[in-house]
Design a protein around this ligand. Structure first.
Ligand code: ACO
Length: 322
């Protein structure tokens, strides 16, 4: 039986860092409010000349070097993002061109903060079907381009970045299961009000902002993150004792803590990066994965539970042996 397995990882964060003190200068907020309500201390923000594809390329180069693969080895590119360079061509083709990757399937998915989980689940299926030998999977965002910097409800939460993974076929167990879900009835709790077929002509630059019912999102996020972790464990006849690391979407430290508590996962076994990255949407899980691997906490052979939740709502989990 063929599994898909992570061959390498990489991450890239824009150099520019905005601290809570920097936010205090723009909106009526305080470092103390942001830390206690969200856990966030700082976030990276792309400069105007950086595109999402640039962040992807930087993260991908590191993941490819880690896996020991060259551009010509890649035969599938899947990118989860809500902030592509252009509406079309899709950002995966732009990354392909910038990296000199030969012709292959290349596409992006827009499932908000669950983007990377949807992307890696899709690539896993391509590999297990025998269609793909080396997939480049990325979660990337310049989500701060969608921010109204004068809206204190959202401008303190988000940051930019990209995390990349090389996924390859293996006889050894890698990805054990993936579970994806969505429920469109929650659209009004978290959305961006401009799209191609909606309001595009009417909207001027800076007219729109992320619409979010923070408290409601919080409650559904906690419940969903807890229940999808349990679903993944049950599907594999495993318990939390079998999991070495939980790597949840990094939206808010209180969401991460509440969801971990609900399932009984000690925080020592939860990778946390929201403090330094903010909410990077589709990039948050692969960024946290790479941080845990490179600081030596996550080791080969360990069992990881990745999970995410985002606008839609969408959600998903990946249980894997690293
Ligand atoms: N600084 C100071 N005060 C603020 C700020 C700020 N940055 N933002 C909001 N407030 C105020 C509000 O205006 C409100 O004031 P009021 O009582 O006078 O009306 C007060 O703080 C309390 O607001 P609440 O919404 O009750 O605060 P809460 O404790 O719920 O925290 C937060 C708000 C951080 C947004 C929280 O609800 C949250 O994190 N929700 C999840 C949303 C999220 O993560 N979205 C990201 C995308 S979805 C995802 O990734 C899962």
């Amino acid at each position: 039986m063929t599994f898909s397995r992570i061959g390498g990882t990489g991450r890239y964060l824009p150099e520019r860092v905005l601290t809570n003190a920097d936010r205090e200068k723009i909106v009526d907020t305080t470092d103390e409010w942001i830390r206690t309500r969200t856990g966030i201390e700082e976030r990276h923000v792309a400069t105007d000349d950086e595109q999402t594809s640039d962040l992807c390329v930087n993260a991908a180069k590191i993941a490819m070097a880690d896996a020991g693969v060259d551009p010509q080895d890649i035969d599938l590119i899947v990118i989860g993002t809500t902030s592509p360079d252009l509406l079309f061509p899709n950002v995966a083709t732009i990354v392909q061109h910038k990296m000199g990757i030969p012709a292959c399937a290349a596409f992006s998915l827009e499932t908000a903060c669950s983007g990377f989980i949807y992307a890696i689940s899709t690539a896993d299926k391509f590999i297990r079907a025998g269609d793909t030998k080396c997939a480049l999977v990325i979660g990337a965002e310049i989500i701060t381009r969608l921010i109204d910097w004068e809206d204190r409800n959202t401008c303190v939460l988000f940051g930019d970045g990209a995390g990349a993974v090389i996924l390859q076929p293996s006889e050894e167990q890698g990805i054990m299961s993936t579970h994806l879900g969505a429920d469109g009835q929650y659209k009004d709790l978290l959305y961006y009000p401009v799209g191609v077929s909606n309001n595009l002509a009417a909207a001027g630059v800076g007219d729109s902002r992320i619409m979010m019912a923070g408290n409601e999102v919080f409650k559904v996020a906690v419940k969903t993150l807890a229940s999808i972790a349990q679903t993944a464990l049950d599907a594999n006849n495993m318990t939390l004792d079998d999991v070495d690391w939980l790597i949840p979407h990094q939206a808010n430290l209180r969401i991460i803590q509440a969801a971990a508590k609900r399932i009984g996962m000690p925080m020592e076994k939860v990778i946390q990066t929201v403090q330094m990255h903010g909410n990077t949407s589709a990039a948050s899980v692969p960024l946290a994965l790479d941080v845990g691997i490179r600081d030596g906490r996550i080791k080969r052979g360990q069992t990881l539970l990745l999970e995410a939740f985002g606008g839609g709502f969408t959600w998903g989990s990946v249980l894997l042996r690293y």
